[in-house]
Design a protein. Structure first.
Length: 340
């Protein structure tokens, strides 16, 4: 059986490792745009308080994965896949390649969601969705520190990632201003009491300025640095801006291949897409209950279950496991169960 996996996050790598154990005769290839190895994306939001993060975040090198019996094509940009011909087309450097498969697993993950009004101003802000993003932000922060001393950041978005990043930058000693369009922080994960009486208070105690009900319309450069344009004018003097407005499943390849798409790639109870030989797992998979299980525990559960299913070790449908998501905000502990 020839199995091709697109994506080297926790979904793709966990699936590949498990399948290689269960079906040693399988030909397993991972196609990934990443070049740094298999790393822990949840640690990205703590990337400013740990000097060794760029090495500690890497869980396994691609070379060590290949020693497990699989092939990893790193730095590979997949351009398309053909469901009828069972072929994936990708590019590495200046060369184009075609790779056949019997089963295709889409562990495509997600991109940072950037609101449309911001997209033409990409050079003025950063996002934190990959190790490459973190490395770029850390280098920018180092230049700021050398030139100005204490960096001053605007973080746009008070959801899970925005709150984690703001917390880590403040813990690292930076000035942070957090802008959120809604009336409370982490409204998708926390009950109102925890959001207003615990999280916001903790942020402010840690020196983070929090602005709620605050519509951000864009960014600009001024003589005093970067500025954030708001409903009520502009606030400036920033050395860096980070947009943290959520995530967007990477559905473009699947849509171009005419697979069924909703918020993510639509799958059934067996994580099968609208084509019987193509499966989706992780952030990109929209399950029959309409949910995207974008947390470590359910993503890993999907990956391990799918490996067993394709190896013929189970015929029962995948069931979401019990899991308790937690925000990685320094010093924060919710008083109530998280929402999902």
């Amino acid at each position: 059986m020839r199995v091709v996996i697109i994506g080297s996050g926790i979904a793709g790598v966990s699936f590949a490792e498990e399948l290689s154990k269960l079906q040693t005769a399988a030909s397993i290839t991972i196609l990934t745009r990443e070049t740094h190895g298999y790393y822990s994306r949840p640690l990205l939001s703590h990337g400013f308080t740990r000097e060794d993060i760029e090495t500690k975040i890497v869980l396994r090198s691609f070379e060590s994965l290949e020693q497990s019996g699989m092939t990893v094509e790193s730095g590979a940009e997949v351009s398309s896949f053909n469901c009828a011909a069972r072929v994936v087309q990708y590019r590495k450097g200046e060369d184009d390649f075609r790779l056949g498969y019997d089963k295709l697993v889409l562990g495509l993950g997600s991109d940072a969601f950037v609101p449309p009004p911001f997209r033409s101003q990409q050079r003025l802000y950063g996002v934190l969705n990959s190790l490459a993003d973190l490395i770029a932000l850390r280098r920018h922060r180092e230049k700021i520190s050398q030139r100005f001393g204490q960096p001053r950041w605007a973080v746009v978005g008070g959801g899970l990632i925005g709150c984690e990043v703001a917390s880590d930058l403040a813990r690292a000693g930076d000035q942070v201003v957090l802008f959120h369009a809604l009336p409370r922080l982490m409204e998708r994960q926390l009950v109102e009491e925890d959001s207003a009486e615990l999280l916001r208070v903790l942020h402010e105690e840690n020196g983070i300025e929090v602005y709620l009900n605050c519509g951000v319309h864009g960014f600009e450069e001024t003589a005093e640095g970067l500025a954030v344009r708001l409903d009520r004018g502009a606030q400036g003097g920033f050395h860096g801006i980070i947009v943290a407005c959520g995530f967007k499943p990477r559905t473009e390849l699947a849509q171009a291949a005419c697979l069924a798409i909703g918020r993510g790639i639509i799958v059934d109870d067996f994580l099968t897409t609208s084509h019987p030989d193509i499966f989706a797992i992780g952030d990109v998979a929209e399950c029959p209950d309409g949910k995207l299980y974008a947390y470590v525990t359910p993503v890993r559960s999907q990956a391990l279950w799918l490996a067993k299913y394709l190896a013929g070790k189970t015929d029962a449908a995948w069931q979401p496991p019990m899991f308790k998501p937690k925000a990685k905000v320094h010093g924060f502990s919710a008083g109530h169960p998280y929402l999902f």
